[in-house]
Design a binder for this molecule. Structure first.
Ligand code: SF4
Length: 518
């Protein structure tokens, strides 16, 4: 089921210039051009207008501007097999200078790729059922999910089949490869909101409803969330959705976005603006016109927010098996570590590796009698299940090491700040700290206890790196984005300012009070 596009009748004189590139050539066509033309004729042969479409291949130009690219690989729901992980490790080794970053959408990211490498990378990914395509671009991106799906003691039901169904339907689907802008979907029945539902364009969250005297498990649906300079929390539609009807709802919502989303000003082209301007009631009416009436809301089964942190050893839904959450400091790992994780997944676990939206990794299916041996592996000294307080909860975007939009460096800086805080501040609860290098929000600073956004500040010596600080973000019940504090802090003072802020909280918090309520 798909609906005919009706947006083409827009007044062309009002469309933003990006819309013309997309009308000229579908974003997905760039994949063919990369393989058949640019990888053979080299970097200098690529015209500027085609660089704009590289995102559909999962590829961006990176900094420094030396003809290198960053590539993002989709990991639907955050579940990888050991065979896939080995291919990712080898690709990183062959082409990406060994670097592998875990992103806040459960994907992995390479850097330093060259145009000549692309066909081989695409082929080797395809051979193990993986893809970089549409990991970026104005299209449905990687479907984010519960990384513990299928083994989770805190999920209503296994959402793997629905993540897979969405992935099969949307990936490469030319009915939906030209959306007004990026489009983010999550599906999870984890009752602790492990896929960050409120920040997605479209999310399916755990719910139940009594129908004909029977309890039916399914989803509630949120639409119109998103971060960047003007963050919006997603709003709930009045509907209960059986899992087998989730794709129908997704197609309806995506069709509304494709056909009615704004294509005039690009910064205004996200679904969140359409939902905000229409209001949720009108959005509900329009979706009903496309897919028919759905049952009204059932019981919401989300009870809290774990921010996708799973560190440590925990029992799975079946007795005798465990998942082991490992900390990946600021999401950065490498090919050798990925190979070792694949070995551990086969030797101690169920042969899978799971990535989280907190930029960390889990091994699952570890039998009780194998846990100690896994914990004794040398790699678990660095990717530890028992990380220090601040390192365990620090997230960072790519920053100006590789990102063309960044104002400041973030990843290594964030790691150093976490080390500093672990040395100087003792506190008995985790404080989540997120760093972003520009207002785009890839490091999701808005949901952090303390969010830092890179900027510049004028000093007598010239412009220097600085950060705006915001406090008190949370998702799940009581969701709210954090609030900016006044002023801007020079980067060499951020560590001590954060230490004072956290110690102030520690001293004055009341019993049971958490950071976002302080
Ligand atoms: Fe780049 Fe900005 Fe995204 Fe960071 S938040 S990765 S600096 S676009």
């Amino acid at each position: 089921m798909a609906y005919e596009a009706v947006w083409m009748d827009r007044d062309p004189s009002k469309l933003n210039k990006f819309e013309f590139y997309k009308m000229e050539k579908d974003g997905l066509d760039i994949i063919r051009d990369i393989v058949e033309k640019y990888s053979k004729e080299g970097f200098a042969s690529i015209p500027q207008e085609d660089f704009n479409l590289f995102k559909w291949a999962g590829v961006y130009q990176q900094k420094p501007n030396t003809g290198h690219f960053m590539m993002r690989i989709r990991i639907p729901g955050g579940v990888l097999t050991s065979a896939q992980a080995r291919v990712l490790a080898q690709l990183g080794r062959d082409y990406g200078r060994d670097l592998i970053d875990v992103t806040t959408r459960q994907a992995i990211q390479y850097h330093w790729l060259e145009i000549e490498h692309m066909p081989d990378i695409f082929n080797r990914l395809e051979a193990v059922g993986m893809s970089a395509f549409e990991a970026c671009g104005d299209c449905p991106r990687t479907i984010v999910g519960n990384p513990l799906a299928g083994v989770d003691p805190n999920e209503l039901f296994d959402t793997t089949p629905w993540v897979d169904e969405f992935e099969r339907f949307f990936l490469g689907n030319r009915d939906f490869s030209n959306l007004p802008r990026k489009y983010k979907i999550s599906i999870s029945s984890n009752i602790y909101n492990s896929a960050n539902a409120e920040i997605q364009c479209l999310s399916f969250t755990p719910a139940s409803k009594t129908i004909d005297g029977q309890e039916v498990l399914g989803f509630h649906v949120l639409v119109g969330g998103g971060l960047s300079a003007k963050p919006h929390l997603a709003k709930r539609l009045d509907m209960f959705v059986r899992p087998e009807e989730a794709l129908k709802v997704a197609i309806g919502v995506t069709t509304l976005f494709r056909d009615h989303g704004y294509r005039e000003k690009r910064h205004y082209a996200r679904l969140k603006y359409l939902v905000a301007e229409w209001g949720i009631e009108k959005f509900q009416e329009e979706i009903a016109k496309l897919i028919g009436e759905m049952p009204s809301l059932g019981d919401d089964r989300t009870v809290g927010w774990n921010a996708a942190y799973f560190d440590g050893v925990h029992p799975q839904n079946k007795p005798g098996l465990n998942y082991v959450g490992l900390n990946v400091p600021v999401g950065r790992t490498n090919s050798d570590e990925f190979d070792l994780l694949a070995d551990y997944a086969d030797k101690y676990g169920d042969g899978t590796i799971r990535t989280t939206v907190s930029q960390n990794i889990m091994l699952t299916g570890v039998a009780d009698d194998k846990v100690d041996a896994l914990l004794n592996e040398p790699l678990l000294q660095r990717l530890t299940p028992n990380p220090n307080r601040f390192m365990s909860r620090t997230v960072s975007c790519t920053g100006n090491e590789f990102c063309n939009l960044a104002i400041v460096e973030t990843k290594e800086y964030a790691r150093r700040i976490a080390l500093y805080l672990d040395e100087h501040v003792q506190i008995d609860e985790p404080i989540r700290i997120h760093f972003i290098g520009c207002p785009n929000g890839c490091g999701q600073k808005h949901v952090a206890d303390i969010g830092l956004q890179g900027s510049l500040v004028k000093t007598p010596e010239g412009m220097v790196d600085a950060y705006d600080i915001a406090v008190g973000g949370t998702l799940g019940p009581g969701a709210k984005y954090n609030t900016a504090l006044k002023g801007r802090v020079k980067s060499d003072q951020v560590g001590s300012v954060l230490a004072q802020l956290i110690l102030h909280y520690k001293e004055y918090r009341e019993s049971g009070e958490s950071f976002h309520r302080f």
